[in-house]
Design a protein around this ligand. Structure first.
Ligand SMILES: [Ca+2]
Length: 324
């Protein structure tokens, strides 16, 4: 009797602790920790009609049960959405669900995902500032002039604060990497982008638009750009004569940590910055998991104690009723 009480109490504790928002480790030993500061999902706003971690402006509208609409399907719109705090993780993954759709046969111009020193600064590059510093990923739905390229075209540009986006040639001049994604606009499945970055090791962009739960590799490089140490996560979009709805449905950002330590940069001379960063990061996480362990133990003993007291009281009660 006591054993089964203990087991069910243990089960209760296990259920209570199996919260989806906690650290997970995948088969490759990559541990991911959700970053609430850079994630967004419906209803997006709190009771004060604010978002705790994001600001938005321009023509952006929020429909709490459905989307954050950067531009509506009307001409000459521009809107933005930016994190309030910089993304300071060394390695990270950003998964964005978005929807580009509209009524016109012709449509434009597209939207951008940003990791830039600048934030909340409207401008001519998909509704955000030109001569930015950091990484921009552009979902370009209108071909200005890029013969032989299938649109929509998705491309990355790395800005140094002085380089300009080559709008008339759809960014070709300063393209870092990119891919065509025919069907990403108005797709029948939820459309998503997943950007994964390991400092000094890799940058990968995957897209989902052909079928659910299957990712198409857009690009991958083992020579990733340096992201500014202070970089904000943002989204922006614009329409010109042609238009579209550019909706952000959700954003899920995770801090990544390679638990197997296959960090080749660790052993390279002259790359101490990276290894130091990983060390510091690992210690911090260890601290976190220890306090989590003690919390679990405390919860366990509390439930066990309660179960034991309950069991003793029940036995005493039962004993009395037998006697009478
Ligand atoms: Ca274009």
């Amino acid at each position: 009797m006591r054993l089964s009480t203990s087991l069910s109490a243990l089960g209760l504790v296990a259920c209570a602790l199996a919260h989806p928002d906690v650290t997970t480790t995948d088969a490759n030993g990559i541990r991911s920790i959700p970053l609430r500061t850079h994630s967004l999902s419906a209803p997006y706003l709190d009771s004060d009609m604010q978002s705790r971690w994001f600001d938005f402006g321009g023509n952006t509208i929020v429909r709490a049960d459905q989307y954050i609409r950067l531009t509506s399907d009307r001409p000459s719109q521009e809107g933005w959405l930016f994190s309030r705090v910089p993304l300071t993780a060394t390695n990270w993954e950003i998964e964005v669900e978005f929807k580009i759709h509209g009524l016109g046969n012709l449509h434009g111009d597209g939207f951008a995902i940003w990791l830039t020193k600048q934030r909340a600064t409207p401008g001519p590059v998909f509704g955000s500032t030109d001569r930015f510093e950091g990484l921009g990923i552009f979902f370009d739905t209108y071909k200005n002039n890029r013969p032989g390229t299938v649109f929509p075209y998705v491309m990355a540009m790395v800005g140094d604060g002085s380089k300009s986006y080559d709008k008339s040639n759809d960014g070709k001049e300063n393209e870092f990497m990119g891919c065509s994604a025919r069907g990403i606009r108005g797709a029948s499945v939820p459309t998503k982008a997943k950007l994964t970055y390991f400092q000094d090791k890799s940058l990968r962009l995957e897209l989902q638009y052909k079928s659910e739960d299957s990712w198409e590799l857009c690009f991958e490089t083992s020579e990733p750009p340096t992201i500014p140490s202070v970089a904000y996560l943002g989204f922006s979009a614009e329409t010109g004569e042609l238009s579209d709805n550019h909706d952000i449905i959700s954003v899920s950002t995770k801090n990544l940590y390679d638990t197997k330590g296959r960090d080749s940069t660790m052993n390279k001379p002259g790359n101490k910055g990276a290894s130091k960063g990983s060390e510091r990061y690992s210690k911090k996480k260890e601290g976190g998991s220890w306090s989590w362990f003690f919390f679990k133990m405390l919860m366990f003993f509390m439930v066990m104690g309660g179960a034991y007291v309950g069991f003793t009281a029940w036995r005493a009660q039962k004993g009395r009723s037998h006697r009478f």
